[in-house]
Design a protein around this ligand. Structure first.
Ligand code: 5GP
Ligand code: MN
Length: 332
């Protein structure tokens, strides 16, 4: 980490035009790390933009700075122009350009210097400078470490601290996951000294549901199937359920965790059909203890992630998806 941070700081020694990017369907850590870095680099007097591949869920609308966000899918020409005129591109919270959809293709064409900061396993290796820390629970925590190791801890203010707190909270399941350690809490403690309103952030993220979210939860729970001998819970939500319940981006987030609340269940999976494309499923995997979601996702569903949380995709109808899942589980 030290060598890469020194290289980045050398680049940041003179005023730069910088674009910060993150992954498709950006979550709290993607948005939190991006805007923490955004506010930090603005304070260092750089020109800074954040581009996401597609829209973030509504429960992140309050994030400081998010009004200045550009969304690649909404305006690819403008975003390409921003990239073309940038000196540096940061890619945060992903380690494979495939995870950034069309924005990833654009980054692949980028002629300047790319810097990856990420905490997922097995980086593909597309960037000029890479900071990869799979043992750190969030990219937002890595941004904190980056600022601290750059000797600029005095730059951290309420906005930066709020963004870092957001990413650390969401990527640790509100500080419950196994990767959480004393360092995590030390950092949180220091963030709170900057006036972070932890209760407000929690309520903004978790207690601001639309009724559509609870309706979809009820659909998923109605579909819940247990594969007892594999300690597995399986759910699905189809396209017509999404349409019927006025699905909004982010509504399906977290539903998969309900499977894990069951005693004796170690692995929980949800198949969610694409809102616009039938027979195309996004899958979320979650586990307790040592069941490797990332290995399972990459072996069978062209995905990846972490030990206890991963994602993947499947193309085909629901029945074939479930059949293929059960077969995969038997093979694994
Ligand atoms: P979620 O289920 O919340 O979409 O994703 C859980 C974790 O798995 C996240 O850390 C995310 O980065 C990772 N992940 C989700 N979908 C994919 C995918 O299609 N490919 C890879 N490599 N990782 C994914
Ligand atoms: Mn993350």
């Amino acid at each position: 980490m030290r060598v890469s941070i020194d290289k980045i700081n050398q680049l940041l020694n003179s005023k730069k035009t910088i674009t910060i990017t993150t992954h498709t369907n950006p979550d709290g850590d993607a948005i939190g790390s991006s805007f923490a870095l955004y506010h930090y680099l603005l304070k260092l007097n750089h020109n800074v933009k954040v581009i996401t591949p597609n829209k973030h869920p509504d429960f992140l609308d309050w994030v400081p700075g998010i009004d200045n966000l550009e969304i690649f899918d909404d305006n690819p020409e403008k975003c390409n122009k921003i990239l073309d005129t940038s000196d540096l591109v940061f890619t945060l919270d992903f380690n494979d350009l495939k995870r950034a959809s069309k924005l990833g293709l654009a980054i692949n064409q980028f002629k300047g210097i790319t810097i990856m900061i990420d905490h997922h396993q097995n980086p593909v290796g597309y960037s000029d400078i890479e900071i990869s820390e799979p043992n750190i629970t969030s990219t937002s925590e890595m941004i904190y470490m980056f600022i601290k190791m750059s000797g600029k801890i005095d730059k951290i203010d309420k906005n930066i601290a709020t963004c870092i707190y957001l990413g650390m909270m969401t990527d640790t399941g509100s500080f419950q996951y196994r990767g959480v350690n004393s360092t995590t809490h030390d950092i949180i403690s220091s963030l709170l000294t900057h006036g972070v309103d932890n209760n407000k952030i929690y309520n903004n993220v978790y207690n601001s549901n639309e009724i559509s979210k609870l309706k979809l939860l009820s659909v998923a729970l109605k579909n819940l199937e247990l594969i007892i001998d594999k300690k597995t819970a399986l759910m699905h939500i189809c396209q017509n359920d999404l349409i019927k319940n006025n699905y909004r981006k982010g509504d399906s987030e977290g539903i998969v965790n309900y499977g894990l609340t069951l005693r004796g269940i170690q692995f929980s999976v949800i198949f969610i059909e694409d809102e616009n494309e039938k027979n195309k499923f996004k899958i979320s995997f979650r586990s307790k203890e040592d069941f490797p979601c990332n290995e399972f996702a990459s072996n069978f569903f062209d995905g990846g992630g972490h030990l206890n949380a991963a994602g993947g995709i499947f193309t085909g109808n629901l029945n074939s998806a479930i059949e293929y899942f059960k077969k995969s589980l038997n093979e694994f």
